[in-house]
Design a protein around this ligand. Sequence first.
Ligand SMILES: Cc1cc2nc3c(=O)[nH]c(=O)nc-3n(C[C@H](O)[C@H](O)[C@H](O)COP(=O)(O)OP(=O)(O)OC[C@H]3O[C@@H](n4cnc5c(N)ncnc54)[C@H](O)[C@@H]3O)c2cc1C
Length: 295
Amino acid sequence: MIEEYLKIHGDYRNDKSFKELTTIKMGGEIAHYIEPYNIEDLKQIISFLKVNCIPFKVIGNGSNLICGSSRFEGVVICLKHFDNYEINNNIIYVEAGVMVPYLVQVMLKNNLKGLEFASGIPGTIGGLIYMNAGAYKQDMSSVVKEVLVLKDDEVVRMNIDELKFAYRYSIFQEHPRWLIIAAYLKLEAGDPIKTKALIEDRAMRRRQSQPIDKPSAGSCFRNPEGDFAWKLIDGIGYRGMRINDVEVSNKHSNFIINTSNGCGEDYLKLALDIQEKVNAKYGIKLVMEVEKFNC
Ligand SMILES: Cc1cc2nc3c(=O)[nH]c(=O)nc-3n(C[C@H](O)[C@H](O)[C@H](O)COP(=O)(O)OP(=O)(O)OC[C@H]3O[C@@H](n4cnc5c(N)ncnc54)[C@H](O)[C@@H]3O)c2cc1C
């Protein structure tokens, strides 16, 4: 019955797994997967799932998720069809499913700047707003003006003051049933040659310092106030430490990578071990930046 209903409202699959939907390539099978065609279909799906008490999870590019190996008996919703954008002077209206590195290219073509900090973050607009993702001392709070949100079966506008942005935090983390549909970003006029040069320089630095050629979910831990997680992990001698096919990267010790057939359970075991050792040595409680799901 779920399958029949979902098939009317989007591209449906019952053979997906988190392994193929996450950048770290870990995680179990998914009972139902749907890419809703449009906002009306999305509304119908959410109401149906709520009425029938069926668990669901919206995902972007799966670049911040660590999923367990057991089968998820719910519905994974991916907003791939929410991929439109429109530019009016320096304001970009962009839907939640647009990949941010792609949007950065659009920004450059339109002689704008403001999103260069996010050019190496492999996620969607929805995911970056949810996480208030950032780099180089800048984050999404510096560009988001307004967000369109599906909450309680209605699409509402939320302005920046309502989003409670803080370091890697937004109000959406308290409300997993609110869905980000689109956003208005405020950028500035910029010199595309200079902006491009800055982006390329940072991309080169990322390639040199991060294992971006290996499956990962980015930084495992948030940086504690006034410190760096990678330094603390180095301090306990964990660079290169591994559990089965999950390894603290030799290139950047705040990245935990999947060397071949790693699983979320081993990832979390290694992360917990790091937290305990860092706490014992430095009295600092590292907080995970990645999100665990279904484990
Ligand atoms: C190589 C690499 C480098 C990275 N570098 C950085 C970095 O420099 N800075 C940084 O901050 N992060 C970084 N990350 C982590 C990650 O890319 C970010 O956290 C990003 O914001 C996740 O976006 P996503 O679309 O992949 O979201 P997902 O991982 O799919 O989801 C993350 C969370 O957002 C929620 N979500 C997604 N879309 C929506 C929506 N439309 N409505 C409501 N909730 C939604 C999901 O339910 C989930 O809870 C990196 C990751 C990798 C793999």
